[in-house]
Ligand binder design. Structure first.
Ligand code: 4NP
Length: 194
């Protein structure tokens, strides 16, 4: 395992996907380098805790943006949860409702992330720091070379985590949708330029 990628990747052979810079004096990078993948396709796995609210929404939004951009052939997109409580379930009804309002289809069924995912996917994009810790622990244990990021590293608006909307009301899902949409737009721009 190359631990550099967890510390800003100062010495790694390849550059990692760069987040939006919060430093007003620096220039936002507009591209990413090529990733380790042998394939021409880029694979992205969105991860949250239950895989019924945030990550299925992120998957659906990113898939929608990729489709709109005519890039279906370039991306493999999926989502998973770090927990197993909801395995097999369709997305939460409130997530489905906010997505439908925006013309985004959610067709996933919840599943738990596996070690195999860390070999198969180029990028794992997580919603919060707990997800980040859990995925990195798995990646370290399995000597995976996967690149892991918080989704809101790509949010044009200041932010850190995508908050868990599960125990809140419908308005929380609207807010989460906007965060996910903004962040997925920039993430796609970064990956397209790879
Ligand atoms: P998600 O939300 O991680 O965005 O899918 C949650 C869904 C279910 C639970 C927690 C978070 N739960 O505790 O059951």
């Amino acid at each position: 395992m190359n631990s550099d990628k967890h510390m800003g990747n100062l010495a790694a052979e390849r550059e990692w996907l760069r987040p939006i810079s919060r430093d007003p004096h620096s220039t936002n990078p507009t591209s990413v380098d090529t990733h380790n993948s042998d394939s021409d396709r880029t694979s992205v796995l969105f991860v949250c805790l239950g895989n019924i609210c945030r990550s299925p929404l992120a998957e659906g939004i990113f898939d929608h943006l990729v489709h709109e951009a005519g890039l279906d052939e370039r991306f493999d997109i999926d989502s998973a949860g770090t927990g197993a409580w909801h395995v097999g379930e369709r997305p939460d009804a409130r997530a489905a409702m906010v997505a439908t309002k925006q013309g985004v289809e959610l067709d996933s069924r919840a599943r738990q992330i596996t070690d195999d995912d860390l070999d198969r996917f180029d990028y794992v994009i997580v919603m919060d720091h707990e997800n980040l810790r859990n995925v990195r622990r798995m990646a370290d244990a399995s000597d995976s070379d996967v690149e892991v990021h918080l989704l809101r590293e790509f949010d044009e608006e200041e932010g850190d985590e995508v908050p868990d909307p599960y125990y809140g009301g419908a308005s929380g899902f609207e807010t989460v949708y906007e965060m996910l949409h903004r962040s997925c737009q920039t993430l796609l721009e970064r990956l397209k330029a790879a």
